[in-house]
Design a protein around this ligand. Structure first.
Ligand code: ADP
Ligand code: MG
Length: 244
């Protein structure tokens, strides 16, 4: 395994009135193996566009993505804002469907860590929003992806539920380390989760700053520690203020 290198020279869209809109320009980013990287940038700056390019859902761009993860069969996991569970399948069946072969022990262990063992035979309509997000996280980890992309996955959750799901995600990630690229516009959320923060400019998107989060993992559920790191960040890096 190795780091992932992303270099996008140019990504343009043709708008409805046939004009060209440059969404991403001269964008360079390296994702260190098994690190948790959070992208923070204003709405409409190009974050989803970037994830779609990395996931190979969008091939209309100039540049290259070096993902040396060929030894892994299912090399990209993608968790969207909406969990996209199949309503006519149970929680467990939704997870099994992501796998090529039955792996009961892995699913049991993932359900246990995410505290969903008791509801594994429920259908999605009987799940809370937080539970649905936890199922989509399990489904993505189950395929053991070379990179896990997460696009504002907790945006619709209330604050206590979001905090709980973030804690469970980190627990799972510690047990099963993966390279994660997580998009958010919430700086406190990014500080609670990330090893490294990447701040992005408004359209056309490029990297403004990369900052390591130095709060020990054991203190990441301490709101005061998060807030004081945030204040410190805004003083040390005034260039990020206008992006938030
Ligand atoms: P973000 O996820 O950061 O909010 P997006 O990647 O969705 O931003 O969009 C970046 C920019 O590209 C926005 O200005 C958006 O309007 C534009 N855009 C996104 N998708 C399309 C599309 N299919 N056609 C034209 N413009 C698009
Ligand atoms: Mg988006």
């Amino acid at each position: 395994m190795s780091d992932i290198h992303i270099h996008i020279n140019n990504k343009t869209y043709t708008t409805a009135d046939s004009r060209r809109h440059t969404a991403i320009s001269d964008f360079k980013l390296t994702l260190p193996e098994n690190k948790f990287v959070c992208l923070v940038g204003p709405s409409g700056c190009g974050k989803t566009t970037l994830l779609n390019i990395i996931a190979n859902l969008d091939t209309q761009y100039q540049g290259e993505i070096c993902l040396d993860i060929s030894h892994k069969k299912n090399n990209i996991g993608y968790i969207f804002q909406n969990p996209r569970l199949l309503p006519w399948r149970t929680v467990r069946e939704n997870i099994e469907l992501a796998l090529d072969s039955p792996q009961s022990d892995i699913i049991d262990s993932l359900l246990k860590t995410m505290q969903l063992t008791d509801i594994q035979h429920r259908y999605p309509e009987h799940l809370s929003l937080g539970m649905s997000r936890r199922v989509s996280i399990i489904r993505a980890f189950a395929i053991n992806p070379g990179i896990l992309l997460m696009d504002e996955p907790f945006v619709s959750l209330d604050a206590p539920t979001a905090r709980q799901v973030r804690g469970l995600l980190i627990q799972l990630w510690k047990q099963r380390p993966h390279t994660i690229l997580f998009v958010t516009h919430d700086l406190r959320e990014a500080i609670a989760l990330a090893d490294r923060l990447v701040f992005l400019s408004a359209s056309p998107m490029s990297v403004i700053s990369e900052i390591e989060v130095t709060i020990p993992r054991a203190e990441r559920n301490n709101e005061t520690a998060i807030e004081s790191f945030r204040q410190h960040l805004l003083v040390q890096h005034p260039e990020i203020k206008e992006l938030l």
